[in-house]
Design a protein around this ligand. Structure first.
Ligand SMILES: Cc1ncc(COP(=O)(O)O)c(C=O)c1O
Length: 379
C-alpha cells in the first residue's frame, strides 16, 4: 500500500486501492475485484484496458509522443474532423484543451468576447469546474471558490423554470451555460422543452447557449451528445472526461460565427491537442461507431434504470448511463455498503442521490450484479 501523506488532503477516499483494471473490473493488490460502475467519474468510457486505446497510445507514443501546436499534425486535424462529425451539425470548429474546466473557461471567454457582453446565466445544481470562470458559473462555488472576486456576474436560475430563465436572459447576458443532464447535481435531465426554451430565448436576445457536456456527452445518453438526444443545438459545446477514454483531453466546439472572434494568439494550451491525446480521441470515436456502443446504451439503459429500483433505491433519474438513484438512506452510506459487496458507485451534490457513470461497454450481466447487490441491502 502507498502512503497519501504527500498528497494534499482534498479528497476523501473510498476504502479500495486499485492497481489494475480490465473491462468493467478493477482489482486491488490482494486480487479483490470490484465492478466499476463509477467509470473513473465518467472518464473510462470504454472501460479499462480497451485494446483500441492501448494500441492507439503505444503506436502514437512510438511515432511521436508530443509536439506542440506550433507545428501542424495530421492526427490533430483528424481528431478535430472526427469530433465535428460526431457533434450536432453546425458546431464545426474545435479548440483542444486538457480538461472540462479549461473547456468551459474558453467557451465562456469566446461567448463574452463574441457578444461584447459581461453577464452569464447558469443553473442551480450546475457544475462547470474549478477554474476562475468555470467556478464562477458553478452553483454553490462560494464554499470553495477561493479567488477574491469572479471575472463576471452570474445569475443562477432553477432548472426547469422557464419563466425564471426568461426573466434572467436580459440584453446584457452573454451566455447561458448549462449541463443538459446535470451530473454533480444528481443526474438531472433538463428535458427537451426547457432546452428548446433556452435555445429560443438566447437566440432572440443575442446571447449564446453553451452546453457543458463534459459529463453527459460522449455517448452517455445513447446519442453522441445530449444535444442530439434532446434535439437542441447550442452555439458552443464543451467536452472532456470520456473524450480520450482516460487520457487528459477536452475540447470546445463552436459555431463558425462564434469561433471567428478567436484570432491567432487569443486561445492557447501547451498540451491541448497533443498527438497522444488526439490519437486517443480518434480511438474512442472509432470504438463508439464500430462497436455499436450508442445502440448498446439505448438498448440497455432502460433495463439498468428498471433493475436498479430495488433495496434502498426509491426512484431512478437521469438519462442513459448518467444515472441518479434516489435512496432512502444517505447515498454515501449506500456507496460504502455496495463497495463491501464488490460494486463501485458514487455520490452527488444531493446527499440522497447515488450516481452511476458506467462505461458504454456495460453488459447485461453487470446490471444483474448491481441489482443483486442492491437487493441485499436494507431498504
Ligand atoms: C459537467 C462538468 N463540467 C465540468 C467539469 C470539470 O471537469 P474537469 O474536472 O476535467 O476540469 C466536470 C467535472 O466533474 C463536470 O462534471
Amino acid at each position: 500500500m502507498g502512503s497519501t501523506q504527500a498528497l494534499m488532503p482534498v479528497y476523501s477516499h473510498l476504502p479500495f486501492f486499485p492497481v489494475r483494471g480490465e473491462g468493467l473490473w478493477l482489482e486491488d493488490v490482494t486480487g479483490r475485484r470490484v465492478l466499476d460502475l463509477w467509470g473513473g467519474h465518467a472518464v473510462s468510457i470504454l472501460g479499462h484496458g480497451h485494446p483500441r486505446l492501448l494500441e492507439a497510445l503505444s503506436q502514437q507514443a512510438g511515432e511521436l509522443l508530443f509536439q506542440s501546436n506550433a507545428l501542424p499534425m495530421a492526427v490533430r486535424e483528424e481528431a478535430a474532423a472526427a469530433l465535428v462529425a460526431f457533434a450536432p451539425p453546425g458546431l464545426d470548429q474545435v479548440f483542444f484543451v486538457n480538461s472540462g474546466a479549461e473547456a468551459n473557461e474558453n467557451a465562456l471567454r469566446l461567448a463574452l468576447r463574441s457578444t461584447g457582453r459581461e453577464r452569464v446565466v447558469a443553473l442551480s445544481g450546475g457544475f462547470h469546474g474549478r477554474t476562475a470562470a468555470a467556478g464562477a458559473a458553478s452553483a454553490g462555488s462560494a464554499r470553495w471558490y477561493g479567488f477574491p472576486r469572479a471575472p463576471f456576474e452570474t445569475a443562477f436560475v432553477t432548472p426547469g423554470d422557464a419563466s425564471a430563465l426568461e426573466r434572467a436572459v436580459t440584453g446584457e447576458v452573454a451566455a447561458v451555460i448549462l449541463e443538459p443532464v446535470q451530473g454533480m447535481g444528481g443526474a438531472v435531465g433538463l428535458g427537451r422543452d426547457y432546452l428548446a426554451t433556452a435555445r429560443e430565448l438566447t437566440s432572440d436576445r443575442g446571447a449564446l447557449l453553451i452546453f457543458d457536456e463534459v459529463q453527459c456527452g460522449m455517448g452517455r445518453t445513447g446519442h453522441p451528445f445530449a444535444a442530439q438526444h434532446f434535439g437542441v443545438t447550442p452555439d458552443l459545446l464543451t467536452v472532456a472526461k470520456g473524450l480520450a477514454g482516460g487520457f487528459p483531453a477536452g475540447a470546445v466546439l463552436a459555431r463558425p460565427q462564434v469561433a471567428v472572434v478567436a484570432r491567432p494568439g487569443d486561445l492557447g494550451s501547451t498540451f491541448g491537442g497533443g498527438p497522444a491525446a488526439c490519437a486517443m480521441v480518434l480511438a474512442v470515436l472509432r470504438a463508439i461507431a464500430e462497436e455499436g456502443l450508442l445502440e448498446r446504451v439505448r438498448r440497455l439503459a432502460p433495463e439498468l434504470h428498471r433493475r436498479c429500483l430495488v433495496g434502498p433505491v426509491r426512484e431512478v433519474q437521469g438519462v442513459g448511463y448518467l444515472v441518479g438513484m434516489r435512496t432512502t438512506r444517505p447515498a454515501a452510506q449506500i456507496v460504502l455498503e455496495l463497495l463491501e459487496r464488490g460494486v463501485l458507485a458514487g455520490t452527488s451534490a444531493d446527499p440522497h442521490v447515488m450516481r452511476l457513470l458506467p462505461p458504454l461497454t456495460l453488459e447485461e450481466e453487470h446490471v444483474e450484479l448491481l441489482a443483486a447487490a442492491l437487493e441485499e441491502l436494507a431498504p
